[in-house]
Design a protein around this ligand. Structure first.
Ligand SMILES: [Zn+2]
Length: 328
């Protein structure tokens, strides 16, 4: 099936669940996939998950690069046993740890395609699926007009430079200036633990391979309706992206919130956070405000599609998954 008609087919479907195999191969492959899952002798067919919602004139598509399980001792502020206990209570416990998804978001207004984050691209866990997810929409990476990278950790920028090349040759690239400065600073790199070295290395490569990188300062509009929100804390220049139109809005908050441990507490951290006080301040500011305003959130590491809200339940903050399928 040519790309154009795949795209047209995708647009003709109601917003909601779009299965990659179904889009790629049409109904016949779809039925054989169903048959395969009914045959207990075979593993279920894995489809590329995509989820779409509308925010005013924008279509926002959640795409995933994959997942990785984070050991229970990666969450400073709590013991491994406490984190595991919380995972058990939420029915998400795995022997290998807390499952992190790697969600990216494509924002389209009919003219421009803006991708938020580029995925780990195989540098962590079972990742590297973003190009397939884009292909399920009939898109190649050279059709992306802009990439906003929320911060320079390897799981958010790896896909930019996989294979040592510029994988988004036609995109403007936006990253907060404080993160660019931090992650290309040799003094910071020398003082950093081993598990952050890949991010430092990748940051150098991003700067080298993307002459169109725009180091941005503070909150600003990228295009009308798409703007940067300052969420410093997880990293010095950690940012979110607000998409707003026609009285509807969504904030992609990236690593503001991690599964199992947030938003129930703000004094629990992820290993990669070098400034826990700043990370705590970020969450102390954001969670109560998001709860009182009912902000629709998209979050990188929450279960796919990462869409939900922070809800205050008798003083206790919890994550409430947002309805997204068949809502329009
Ligand atoms: Zn992350």
């Amino acid at each position: 099936m040519p790309k154009l008609s795949r795209r047209a087919f995708a647009s003709a479907l109601p917003l909601g669940l779009l299965g990659g195999s179904l889009l790629g191969g049409g109904m016949i492959e779809g039925s054989s996939a169903l048959a395969a899952t009914q045959d207990t002798g075979k593993a279920p067919v894995s489809v590329t998950p995509l989820a779409q919602i509308r925010i005013g004139r924008f279509t926002v598509t959640a795409l995933t690069d994959g997942y990785a399980d984070m050991p229970y001792n990666y969450f400073p502020g709590r013991t491994a046993a406490e984190v595991e206990q919380a995972a058990v209570a939420q029915f998400t416990a795995r022997a290998s740890g807390v499952r992190f998804l790697f969600n990216q978001y494509l924002v389209e207004d009919g003219e421009r395609r803006i991708l938020i984050d580029a995925g780990a691209a195989g540098s962590i866990g079972q990742t590297g699926r973003l190009p397939q997810a884009l292909a399920a929409l009939g898109l190649q990476r050279d059709q992306i007009d802009a990439v906003i990278v929320t911060h320079m950790h390897q799981d958010h920028m790896g896909g930019l430079i996989l294979g040592g090349k510029n994988n988004y040759p036609n995109a403007e690239l936006y990253i907060d200036r404080r993160d660019v400065a931090h992650w290309i600073d040799p003094a910071k790199r020398n003082g950093a633990p081993d598990y952050l070295q890949t991010s430092f290395k990748m940051a150098d490569e991003v700067v080298r391979l993307y002459p169109r990188l725009q180091a941005i300062d503070g909150e600003r509009e990228i295009v009308p309706g798409v703007s940067i929100v300052d969420l410093t804390g997880h990293t010095p220049g950690h940012i979110g992206v607000r998409v707003e139109d026609g009285g509807q809005s969504l904030i992609m908050v990236s690593d503001m919130i991690f599964p199992v441990v947030h938003p129930g507490a703000t004094d629990v951290f992820f290993l990669f956070e070098q400034d826990p006080a700043a990370a705590k301040a970020m969450r102390d500011r954001f969670f109560p405000r998001a709860a009182s305003e009912g902000t629709l959130i998209a979050a990188t590491h929450m279960p796919f599609p990462g869409l939900g809200r922070v809800v205050a339940d008798r003083g206790q903050m919890r994550w409430q998954t947002a309805d997204w399928a068949l809502q329009n």
